[in-house]
Design a protein around this ligand. Structure first.
Ligand SMILES: *[C@@H]1O[C@H](CO)[C@@H](O)[C@H](O)[C@H]1NC(C)=O
Ligand SMILES: *[C@@H]1O[C@H](CO)[C@@H](O)[C@H](O)[C@H]1NC(C)=O
Ligand SMILES: *[C@@H]1O[C@H](CO)[C@@H](O)[C@H](O)[C@H]1NC(C)=O
Length: 347
């Protein structure tokens, strides 16, 4: 029986938590529950969509990541476990479409690369079996179309390319790929690949200095051409120029309690949503203007119940909906912005 978690906190003036069993209380009862987070000027309300997905029983494993193809209205979820489907495909409305588990060992992160002519999803695989240590591209039916890295063999090599616990990736509309490798393995690297998989630049060292990493766990881009990396072990977000790879700055003042696990921008580019795993917390952080990184400023906090453990999240670039993969609660939850504060996806 699925548990329903509803919880919110806004700038210390409003806290509410509800944990329900579906058996006792149907999702409809709380469907209109909304929580308020405080903003400097405008108010952003996210409403937990308890009807997403239509049956939570699809989550039969530990849900590590989620990807959204906003052009096609598809949501992909990857989970770990024995004898279960590893990848689940839903519509944005929560209808289950299909699943697969062939060639997926231990998924960690994923990214849906939307294009009008091609629906695809990339998965980073941290498994130690014959499909592990890779970054793989599938079409939306689960056919494997590309493998990056050396399957079944972890390593530090660049030619041929090897990974160890590749954590996540971001794919631009141009086909350029940004990979963070990885999640506590041999490597602490950020790699940019061209659409034909040539290395364009990389930062590849373990350490605490600028442009070095300790568990680079999530990567995303903004519309100003900057690459944002959740450098989790170093409790900071680092920022790079996407063309040159030049280091532009870092934020650490928001992450003194725990390093960031996931980074994604809202579609209007105004806010960075950051997950903090063990704190079971999402931070809404103001994005800095182009040309400066400055200090980090938390606009609001969304406190989830203890042990929900939000691992990686994705934002729908069309609707602004937030999908959070929770490894503690073993589910993906969808949060919908109540006010249409988001303009249609802008580049
Ligand atoms: C693949 O998923 C199916 C259910 O969709 C399950 O019955 C089967 O055992 C899984 N296989 C593996 C190797 O996990
Ligand atoms: C990276 O450095 C940290 C401490 O600075 C250390 O705990 C970790 O084991 C190192 N990782 C690798 C892959 O060498
Ligand atoms: C979360 O807690 C676990 C267990 O204590 C620990 O191994 C892990 O490093 C922590 N993760 C972060 C991001 O702090």
């Amino acid at each position: 029986m699925a548990k329903l978690w509803v919880c919110a906190a806004g700038a210390g003036f409003f806290i509410a938590c509800v944990v329900l069993q579906e058996r006792f209380c149907g999702p409809g009862i709380l469907r209109n529950f909304a929580f308020q987070v405080s903003w400097r000027r405008e108010k952003l309300l996210y409403r937990l969509d308890l009807g997403w997905p239509d049956y939570s029983e699809y989550f039969s494993g530990t849900t590590f990541c989620v990807a959204v193809d906003s052009l096609s209205g598809l949501v992909y979820v990857a989970q770990r476990g024995d004898n279960i489907p590893k990848v689940l495909v839903f519509t944005e409305d929560g209808y289950f479409l299909r699943a697969w588990n062939h060639t997926v060992d231990t998924p960690h992160g994923m990214f849906a690369a939307s294009a009008p002519y091609e629906q695809s999803v990339w998965i980073t695989d941290v498994g130690s079996g014959s499909y592990g240590h890779t970054v793989k591209k599938y079409n939306s039916f689960g056919d494997l179309v590309q493998v990056l890295g050396t399957a079944g063999k972890k390593g530090t090599g660049l030619n041929p390319l090897q990974f160890d616990n590749p954590a996540e990736l971001y794919v631009e509309d141009t086909g350029d790929i940004y990979i963070v490798d990885g999640d506590g393995g041999l490597n602490n690297r950020l790699i940019k690949l061209s659409q034909d998989f040539m290395i364009l630049w990389l930062h590849g060292e373990n350490g605490t200095e600028p442009a070095k990493f300790n568990i680079p766990h999530s990567v995303t881009l903004d519309s100003a051409g900057r690459v944002w990396v959740a450098d989790r072990g170093n409790k900071r977000v680092q920022v790079f120029d996407k063309v040159t790879g030049e280091w532009l700055g870092a934020w650490s003042n928001c992450f003194t309690e725990e390093g960031p696990s996931s980074v994604r921008f809202t579609p209007d580019g105004k806010y960075l949503i950051v997950a903090q795993l063990n704190l079971s917390r999402l931070l809404v952080v103001a994005a800095p203007p182009v040309g400066s990184v400055g200090d980090c400023s938390v606009i609001s906090t969304i406190q989830l119940p203890d042990q929900v453990l939000p691992h990686l999240l994705e934002v729908d670039r069309k609707t602004g909906a937030l999908y959070v993969a929770e490894i503690g609660a073993k589910q993906v939850q969808k949060y919908v912005p109540v006010n249409r504060y988001v303009s249609v996806f802008s580049t």
